[in-house]
Design a protein around this ligand. Structure first.
Ligand code: FAD
Length: 378
């Protein structure tokens, strides 16, 4: 019997393996992964300085240990290069492998920054443990870091680095951080709190070039301003990895497209996690992939189970001013009602009849997220 083959050993791939094993200890499962297959929790990358962890300390069980613990085969440092959906076989850079079911849990790539200048090739992005090890090596002995992008990941790194004593510049095209998720009042409050610990904001700006200068780099912005930086970190966003699926004739849009059962258009090929677009939605966060893993494990072990998401607030790990947000559905009618207190902001997105559609909470108000999520679910 050919194994269930999971491509990817991120939180999506490994959570699926664990969920399968809760239901079935014997069906052969093989994880094929381009990285070293060590288990780690990616969200820890953006607060590791504050929590005193090195890249090595963030790595949990090795590929070998995961394989033993979960009674599975894990093939680290093995990149899948093609999928033949007719013969149900994948090609890798070290041979071919037949599958009974194939799950693509291959994550997302940092969006290319497109900068010019002789320092552009040294701009870093952190999207896995190896990137993080390189980043920690690069910031050693440096004082100023420029972050490109003031979204979730940019803000979290800004907080972590500033807390650790670095001077941080954040270049962000929007008028306030996380502007697609937060109303302006909430974004401004967060920006002010990060400014108070050493973050300098450059709103409404993009970086054009990075050039090498003595002791580091000069980042030139679209208005001509220049920022000195020891290290430049790009956090302008991630793009689901779709090329492998697309080359195999599997439908892709923003991500690898699936129905509610996580089935792609190709028989016995599934997708989940950051690479997937499930019924039109790409949700690149941990909680959705956990829900997907539980549903898919049930499906793969004989009980077809569609994904049913609960209300899932996202916590932004900015201890200087934490944020909990559950944005309204795209295009939802209505608007924000914002209450600003001294220690936090409560913004509720309601429709014309006052029904809650989403929320953004900051500071002390984040404690209300559980109750509001329940109200939303109801
Ligand atoms: C810095 C940071 C902080 C974050 N913080 C939070 C947070 O606080 N809360 C939250 O909910 N979310 C957070 N996220 C998002 C969350 O971490 C991701 O949604 C989640 O980890 C994605 O897991 P994944 O398994 O889908 O993808 P990945 O972790 O990217 O795993 C993809 C896997 O696929 C493998 N792979 C790719 N291509 C191939 C191939 N061709 N062949 C073989 N293997 C392949 C890779 O080697 C890797 O093992 C954060 C993300 C980042 C970057």
């Amino acid at each position: 019997m050919h194994p269930i083959v999971i491509v990817g050993s991120g939180l999506a791939g490994y959570t699926l393996l664990k969920e399968i094993r809760k239901r079935d200890m014997t069906t052969p499962v093989t994880i094929v992964t381009a990285d070293d297959g060590a288990f780690y929790s990616k969200p820890n990358l953006s607060n590791a300085l504050t929590s005193g962890k090195t890249a090595a300390a963030l790595a949990g069980a090795s590929a070998e240990k995961m394989a033993t613990e979960q009674n599975a085969t894990v093939l680290p440092h093995t990149r899948v290069t093609a999928i033949d959906t007719q013969t149900r076989r994948i090609r890798t850079d070290s041979g071919e492998l037949d599958y009974s079911k194939l799950v693509l849990a291959i994550g997302a790539d940092p969006i290319p920054h497109g900068l010019s200048g002789d320092g552009a090739g040294s701009v870093l992005a952190v999207n896995d443990l190896a990137d993080y090890a390189a980043f920690r090596g690069a910031i050693d002995g440096k004082k100023r870091i420029t972050i490109l992008g003031g979204g979730l990941i940019g803000c979290e790194f800004a907080n972590d680095l500033a807390q650790a004593g670095f001077a941080v510049d954040v270049v962000h095209l929007g008028g306030w951080p996380l502007e697609r998720l937060l109303p302006v009042e909430a974004g401004r409050r967060m920006a002010d709190s990060l400014a108070a610990i050493g973050v300098t904001w450059h709103f409404g700006r993009t970086a054009k070039s990075v050039t090498r200068v003595a002791n580091g780099y000069q980042v030139t912005l679209d208005n001509g301003d220049a920022i000195d930086a020891g290290v430049v970190l790009s956090a302008i966003g991630l793009r689901p990895r779709t090329l492998l699926a697309q080359a195999a004739g599997i439908a892709v849009g923003r991500g690898i497209q699936t129905n509610g059962l996580l089935e792609t258009g190709s028989p016995d090929v599934y997708a989940m996690g950051d690479c997937a677009e499930v019924e039109g939605l790409n949700l690149p966060y941990v909680q959705p992939l956990m829900v997907q893993a539980r549903a898919l494990a049930a499906t793969l072990t004989g009980t077809p189970t569609p994904v049913a998401y609960p209300a899932m607030p996202v916590m932004v790990k900015t201890p200087a001013h934490p944020v909990a947000v559950l944005p309204p559905k795209i295009g939802a009618a209505g608007g924000w009602k914002v209450e600003c207190g001294d220690t936090g902001i409560c913004a509720l997105h309601t429709d014309a009849s006052g029904r809650l559609q989403g929320f953004a909470l900051t500071g002390s108000e984040t404690g209300r997220r559980g109750a509001l999520a329940k109200e939303l679910a109801a």
